[in-house]
Design a protein around this ligand. Structure first.
Ligand SMILES: NC(=O)c1ccc[n+]([C@@H]2O[C@H](COP(=O)([O-])OP(=O)(O)OC[C@H]3O[C@@H](n4cnc5c(N)ncnc54)[C@H](O)[C@@H]3O)[C@@H](O)[C@H]2O)c1
Length: 328
């Protein structure tokens, strides 16, 4: 399997490093970027790998089997479509496309051409999220009640997507994976402080049929970097702090239950606080596992974790969130 990586900006080099180091029947063959300085860097880092300025060199090459798209979001759909039309397997960065219609068209094309289409929702492959999934599925935590995420920093203001598509796409993919359920209703408050009307701060509230609730705060305008998720469950609660170098997950044996309700609806609560448990998590690089999952899908027809169905659900939620933005 010969691989071409399109886009060698911030994320492309991480993909290149991982595909270069994989041994399982795949070979990084070509790196494409229209910025000569980025190509020069690629050439220095991988002297034996071909580089090109033009995306067509990868798409039209009969030598390339897999196209990895690490380009700006607005190029995901048109380039993935071209690659699929040529019968290539496609790994596209998150979020898959800029609309549900585009995502559905790509999926239809991948099915028709019998090729793999996968989205890089990297978080699903992190040791932390895999551990949280394991704890949730084991029923140790009880029923999920809420998910509360803060993902803020002084981020790069994108020109072709707002902060919801850029950052909340991570949380929405995590929610799909952990809840196994899509939200029924979404309300979003978002604001743009720039003159191009691209929102740089947003607060998303997601409501689920099963009475679960999620809140996501994303921002490119924070003086500090925060990556914190609290998941409240009926038996225990989880704090996931991705900035922590080692103890990223803490499981609090903390909870409450209703003791009694009197005739005036006055509720008496029983509180319970006990131990805090810090589970050991696997430190394998998430991107390595994601790249392996893609190659496994191509070589062995195995359904990847971050497959196109999950990618589409993320786009549906992103689109609904965007439509629900309260405009003043
Ligand atoms: N999975 C993750 O955790 C994660 C993290 C960061 C970024 N991303 C995604 O990766 C993608 C790229 O993001 P980035 O931060 O690396 O952006 P970037 O702007 O740093 O890199 C994009 C690169 O594409 C090149 N490029 C743009 N148009 C081109 C064209 N027409 N032909 C050839 N090259 C072209 C640019 O020169 C640049 O080097 C985005 O979709 C983003 O959402 C994913």
């Amino acid at each position: 399997m010969n691989i071409a990586i399109l886009g060698y900006g911030y994320w492309g080099p991480n993909l290149a490093r991982n595909f270069f180091n994989l041994n399982n029947n795949c070979k990084l063959k070509l790196i494409v970027d229209h910025n000569p300085q980025r190509l020069e860097l690629a050439r220095k880092q991988y002297p034996n790998i071909a580089v090109a300025l033009n995306i067509d060199d990868a798409i039209n090459s009969t030598d390339i089997d897999c196209i990895v798209i690490a380009l700006p979001i607005s190029l995901h759909y048109p380039i993935a479509k071209e690659a699929l039309l040529k019968g290539k397997n496609v790994l596209v960065e998150k979020p898959m496309t800029q609309s549900v219609e585009q995502a559905e068209e790509l999926i239809e094309l991948a099915i028709k051409k019998n090729t793999v289409l996968m989205v890089d929702h990297t978080f699903l492959y992190t040791g932390s999220i895999r551990k949280i999934k394991e704890l949730i599925d084991s029923d140790e935590l009880g029923e999920i009640q809420y998910f509360d995420s803060v993902r803020i920093n002084l981020g790069i203001f994108q020109y072709d997507s707002n902060v919801i598509w850029d950052l909340a796409s991570h949380d929405i993919s995590i929610l799909e994976y952990l809840f196994n359920e899509s939200p029924e209703k979404i309300q979003t408050i978002a604001i743009s402080h720039t003159k191009n009307k691209i929102e740089n701060m947003a607060y998303l509230s997601l409501f689920y049929k099963t009475n679960k609730f999620a809140h996501i705060n994303v921002s490119w305008s924070s003086p500090v970097k925060v990556r914190r998720i609290i998941i409240g469950c009926s038996k225990k609660m989880i704090l996931f702090d991705d900035i922590e170098p080692t103890e990223k997950i803490k499981v609090y044996d903390t909870g409450y239950s209703i003791k009694s309700i009197d005739d005036k609806s006055k509720v008496l609560i029983d509180y319970r606080t006990s131990d805090i448990f810090i589970p050991k998590i696997d430190n394998t690089e998430a991107l390595k596992l994601m790249c392996e999952d893609f190659i496994n899908a191509v070589n062995n027809n195995k359904k990847p974790i971050s497959d196109y169905s999950l990618g589409l659900k993320v786009i549906k939620t992103l689109e609904s969130a965007e439509k629900s933005i309260v405009k003043y």
